[in-house]
Design a protein around this ligand. Structure first.
Ligand SMILES: C[S@@+](CC[C@H](N)C(=O)[O-])C[C@H]1O[C@@H](n2cnc3c(N)ncnc32)[C@H](O)[C@@H]1O
Length: 324
């Protein structure tokens, strides 16, 4: 179990009111937190919440006596999340947040204390849970600054819209740029983009390959997918989807810059699962086009899946591979 989740549940058990209406931002299933309304933008975690019987929402409504918050990886996302949590708190309500110490728990506890006096702090499992109340007005300047962080913005010198917390939220990923450069203009028919993020690769493919009839973007992060809807125009469809569960169709070509982290931890198995899904979802004669960090051992996995990998480019720490 995610240790920050265990620490959050501990603080809630000891200091929260289990009968009070609760909202869980960044929800993950825990036996003590199943009654909370769950908001979770990452599909694999949202699926786990649903399987555990939690009520999921993609747009929480109203005010809650308790708001629980498990932040993601980015600083901006965490601070914006504090402001968002505040806006859902009923008068007198309590916000409890938890983070791993290595994710900056002490630093974020101090940040939150700038807005409202700290009510409690619990250290356990190399994590920290901390809470504030909504009994007096929070610091307005802090709230305003944090709210601003959540606003959609453009990647500098581009027309691409992003929000904090999504992959590559302040620049175009250099690996994906390398793959885009090496995409053959002859790609045609139905194409899938696995782990499409905010849409960079799909946008590049549609711009370069006039014979693509449709591109399906599969992405686990609903916030990134919402940006992709703005960034990718043309024959594109958008799917909030866990790629490791397979795809609903078969494709002439598949593009991917596979993820290899789950939360903070390196997870090569996730990259392998993407390639397995890709191999199963190619039409006969189709091709896979991928970019990866140079040291990632994907070639042997592609061969084990019956594909024939070919190195197209290797530069700046990345390699571009095509596999028929
Ligand atoms: C390396 S990024 C590439 C993003 C995008 N293609 C680009 O070039 O900017 C990998 C993407 O895979 C997404 N992802 C991670 N796990 C996933 C899963 N199980 N199913 C679908 N997408 C996933 C991440 O949210 C991230 O956007």
């Amino acid at each position: 179990m995610n240790p920050a989740l265990a620490t959050l549940a501990l603080a809630y058990r000891e200091h929260g009111d289990p009968a009070a209406r609760a909202l869980f931002l960044g929800a993950e299933p825990h036996p003590d937190l199943l009654r909370a309304t769950a908001w979770q933008p990452l599909k694999p975690l949202a699926d786990l919440c649903a399987a555990a019987g939690m009520a999921l929402t993609d747009g929480p409504q109203g005010k809650f006596a308790t708001v629980l918050f498990l932040p993601g990886k980015s600083k901006e996302e965490t601070l914006a999340g504090f402001a968002r949590a505040h806006d859902f708190l009923a008068p007198g309500g309590m916000l409890i947040a938890a983070l791993a110490n290595t994710a900056g728990a002490a630093r974020f506890e101090k940040e939150l204390a700038k807005a409202s006096p700290l009510l409690l702090s619990v250290s356990k499992n190399k994590c920290r849970a901390f809470a504030v109340e909504n009994t007096q007005p929070w610091d307005d300047a802090a709230l305003t600054a944090w709210r601003r962080l959540s606003e959609p913005r453009l990647i500098p010198d581009t027309t691409f819209t992003v929000v904090p917390g999504v992959f590559s939220a302040d620049h175009t990923d250099p690996g994906s740029a390398l793959l885009a450069e090496h995409l053959p203009a002859s790609l045609r028919g139905e194409v899938a983009d696995l782990g499409a993020g905010w849409g960079f690769l799909s946008h590049a493919a549609l711009a370069k390959c006039p014979n693509i009839s449709r591109i399906d973007l599969f992405e686990a992060d609903s916030r990134a997918l919402a940006c992709a809807r703005k960034n990718v125009t043309g024959p594109a469809e958008f799917h909030w989807h866990d790629v490791t569960t397979g795809l609903p169709g078969k494709y002439d070509h598949i593009l991917t810059n596979p993820p290899f982290h789950t939360g903070q931890a390196r997870d090569i198995g996730l990259g392998h699962a993407f390639l397995t899904t890709a191999a199963r979802s190619l039409k006969r004669g189709g091709s896979l086009h991928l970019v990866a960090n140079r040291q990632l051992p994907y070639e042997a996995h592609l061969v084990s899946l019956g594909l024939r990998p070919r190195l197209l480019a290797e530069t700046g720490g990345f390699k571009v591979i095509t596999a028929a």
